[in-house]
Each structure stands twice: as structure tokens, then as C-alpha cells.
Design a protein around this ligand. Structure first.
Ligand code: PRT
Ligand code: ZN
Length: 288
């Protein structure tokens, strides 16, 4: 039995998820020794304990309750198909699971895969996709270097993780269908005690504040008073912008928060409306 007053979080020990997972925890104000050479670490200022594991093992550990929650790619969580909760997207380690074929072949749609052989490390997700599209194909499960399968005659296509696409390209392959868009997520055991749930709520609240901070920028600008009304209309703000008078009575300073997604558009509109001296400042945490 694990201790009820401490939440156990499984993190990838070494790999593409590790660094961002650890930074997110640190930015949430949780202090601990991140020496991943060790298997376990306990926080000094929050009721949480870390297990450093291979990412493929994390869904099993969470399903079994050895860990309460974990950080993994959606691709791994889905492929394992365990009874676990998908608690939250984390916005890093973005990639996609795609079908790729030799680049010289002219692709004319999914029928290419009918009676083909496809090499993959994701047989379960691939099978689901093929079944949904009424395609029957041979699935060759291999654990690594999937992209070399066509060139050695093992398969006529691959289903693999792609991020920049350069691995496929350097192996003479081209991406033709995306099966899944993936990013790091927090997964959770489905029968957490109330005590653990309340620690989890506190953790998620902190993570959300860090994420919102990253997705938004604080902006300060000077505006001539006769343009103020027009400029305020362009600003979303948390409630409404802060307006501070300047020493020059005809001007004011306007402070507000802008979302990263609409950032450049808003800045261009503000300049067009007469804003000057625009400063953009990162936000560390944002609590609404
Ligand atoms: O040792 P352990 O089992 O813990 O780690 P691992 O080697 O199995 O996983 P790791 O660290 O490579 O990846 C962890 C997670 O990162 C994956 O499950 C994905 O959710 C995510 N991720 C993001 C990626 C990539 N980007 C990625 N590019 N996982 C793998 N790749 C590989 C891909 O398999 C292919 O070989 O990178 C190659 C393609 O990259 P591009 O940029 O050339 O397209
Ligand atoms: Zn792995």
C-alpha cells in the first residue's frame, strides 16, 4: 500500500519528455532533487514523490496504482490501452503518428494500404485506424528503427512517430496520413483516495497557472488620450486594461494581457490605432 498523504508521480527517466516534465514541476514551485540517476525523489515543500521510469512502463504503473499519476505521450498512453484517466494536456513533446510510404510511389489514398504490410511500434493504434477504414493489412510489430523496414523489404509502409519529418525523408519515405496528433499528457489512476485527489487538484491548479502564464504576455503601451477609447477596444485583458495618466496630460499608459495566439495581430492593430512605446513582458504565473 502506498502512503495516502503523498502523491506519486511517474516521470520519464531519460528521453524526450524528461526535461520539460521536470521544468513544469519546478515552475510549479515544487522543489526536489532532479537527479534522475536515482529511481525516486521526494519533494521538500509539496506532498509529492517522483518515480523515474521508462515511458513505456508508466501507463502500467499508473493503472496498477504503483504510481498515482504520470506524464507520458498520448501515443504511449493510447497504445497501452490501460484503464487510466487522461487528466490534462501539457503542450510539449508534440508529434504525430503517421503512415509513410516510399517517396517514389504516387499516393492515391488509403486504398494503397489494402493488403499491404506495415511496420510499426504502435500495432494497437494502427489496427484501430485500419479497422475503422475497412482496410486489412499485415501489421509487423517492431520495437525500433521502424523507418528502415521498407528499404530492407520487411514492409511496404511504416506507421511511426514524426516530428520534423527529417527521419522519414532521410530514409526515402513520405508521410501520407496522420493517424494521431500527440503531446505530453498527465494520466491518472482511476481510484485515487480523496486525500490524493486533493493533492492532485492543488498540483493541477499550479500547472494551469504556469501554462496560462506561458500562453499570455503582459503589455504596456503609451496612447494619446484622444485614441484611448479605440485602443482599449482592441485589448482583451483579464477584466479591462489598467489606464495610468502620464506626466504629459495628453497621454496615458495602458497595461493589459494578450494571448500568444492573437499576439501579433493585436500589436499590429494597436500600432495602427496610434499606440507607441509598446513593451511586452513575460508572465511567470497567471491566476484568474
Ligand atoms: O527510454 P524510454 O523508453 O523512456 O524512451 P523512448 O526512447 O521510448 O521515448 P523518447 O524519449 O524517444 O520519446 C518519448 C515521447 O516523446 C514519445 O512517446 C512521443 O510522445 C514524444 N515525441 C516527440 C517523440 C518525437 N517527438 C520523435 N520525434 N518520440 C519519438 N520521436 C522519434 C520517432 O520515433 C522517429 O524515430 O524521432 C524520429 C522522428 O523525428 P523527426 O523529427 O525526424 O520527424
Ligand atoms: Zn519508450
Amino acid at each position: 500500500m502506498t502512503n495516502n498523504s503523498i502523491l506519486r508521480l511517474a516521470i520519464q527517466r531519460k528521453g524526450r519528455l524528461s526535461e520539460d516534465s521536470l521544468s513544469l514541476i519546478k515552475e510549479s514551485g515544487i522543489k526536489f532533487s532532479s537527479d534522475t540517476a536515482k529511481l525516486k525523489s521526494k519533494s521538500r515543500n509539496f506532498p509529492i514523490e517522483f518515480l523515474f521510469l521508462r515511458d513505456d512502463d508508466i501507463p502500467d504503473y499508473v493503472a496498477d496504482g504503483v504510481a498515482d499519476i504520470g506524464i507520458v505521450g498520448e501515443n504511449v498512453a493510447l497504445e497501452k490501452g490501460k484503464n487510466i484517466d487522461n487528466l490534462r494536456k501539457l503542450g510539449f513533446s508534440k508529434c504525430r503518428l503517421s503512415l509513410a510510404i516510399p517517396k517514389e510511389i504516387e499516393y492515391q489514398g488509403l486504398s494503397y494500404f489494402q493488403n499491404s504490410s506495415i511496420a510499426t511500434s504502435y500495432p494497437k493504434i494502427l489496427k484501430g485506424f485500419l479497422t475503422k477504414n475497412n482496410i486489412s493489412a499485415d501489421i509487423h510489430e517492431i520495437s525500433g528503427s521502424v523507418e528502415i523496414a521498407p528499404s530492407i523489404g520487411l514492409a511496404s509502409a511504416v506507421c511511426d512517430i514524426v516530428s520534423s519529418g527529417s527521419t522519414l525523408m532521410s530514409n526515402g519515405l513520405k508521410e501520407v496520413e496522420t493517424i494521431l496528433n500527440s503531446e505530453a499528457i498527465i494520466i491518472g489512476n482511476q481510484s485515487l483516495s480523496d486525500e490524493k485527489k486533493s493533492i492532485l487538484d492543488r498540483l493541477i491548479f499550479r500547472i494551469e497557472s504556469v501554462q496560462k502564464g506561458k500562453n499570455n504576455k503582459y503589455i504596456l503601451l503609451n496612447a494619446p488620450n484622444h485614441k484611448l477609447e479605440e485602443i482599449i477596444k482592441l485589448l482583451p485583458g483579464m477584466r479591462s486594461p489598467t489606464i495610468v495618466p502620464l506626466a504629459d496630460k495628453n497621454w496615458s499608459s495602458v497595461h493589459s494581457v494578450i494571448n500568444e495566439d492573437e499576439f501579433w495581430e493585436v500589436i499590429e492593430n494597436l500600432r495602427g490605432a496610434g499606440a507607441e512605446g509598446i513593451l511586452v513582458v513575460p508572465i511567470e504565473k497567471m491566476i484568474l
